[in-house]
Design a protein around this ligand. Sequence first.
Ligand code: BTN
Length: 259
Amino acid sequence: MSKMNAQKNTAWLGKDHLHFDRLPSTNDYLKQHAKALSHGTVVTADYQTAGKGRVGRTWQDSARKGLAFSVLLRPPSVHHTQLLPLVCALGVKSSLEMLCGVNAQIKWPNDIVLNGKKVCGILCEGVLLGDASYAICGIGLNVLQETQDFASFGLDHATSLLIETGKAYPLKDITAVLMSRLEHYYDRLIAEGFDPLLAQYRQACITLGRDVRVLQNGSEREGRAVGLSPNGALLVDFDGTIVEVNAGEASVRGLYGYV
Ligand code: BTN
């Protein structure tokens, strides 16, 4: 493990930054040490041996070409915690715009999509402990993978920054911009609430207005994504009945492909 002391472009996020060559999971590291760590601590790893994805899935980077980045946050309320998946998605989208000049889209709640393929996944985990409650937001960004790195795992809907832009962005540049944009969006959420960010999220979200297949509690249903609730749940019209689908419980696919 090394403590990273590089000059930071942020007021608080990433002031404490621990980097590991290898960890089981950057989210789990923060969970295990949360008590001793401060709001805004960032953990990064070159390689995870047990990376976790949303809804119980695993997150693979066997090619060791991705970035694993997690941040510890202590939001003031459960409402703020519920919105973190969407707020982090805006932070990552904005980071990619700044760094690579690309216009990424968001597949609800927080897959980051370039040209119809997933370049980044985000796993936000909230731990409720009264005054000691905290949240961990983990970002897995595909950076240097080539098409065959994904093909060998059957990940036909995955892509990387290298594939999409032809450029090999240094991990330290990506880390710095992620810290700065996540701080910006988190500060806005706390200062202004989610309403002012909602328009930005809606504009970036490719799921809204589409026919989707919702995978939840082992069952599959088809409906149309028609809106978002104030706490970031997806509103899905199943045969005329509107149901709130929560980010923590469900996976949503386009009816005719990944998006
Ligand atoms: C998903 O798309 O299912 C979410 C993937 C989240 C992966 C990141 S990598 C950094 C952090 N540590 C983990 O174990 N998972 C997240």
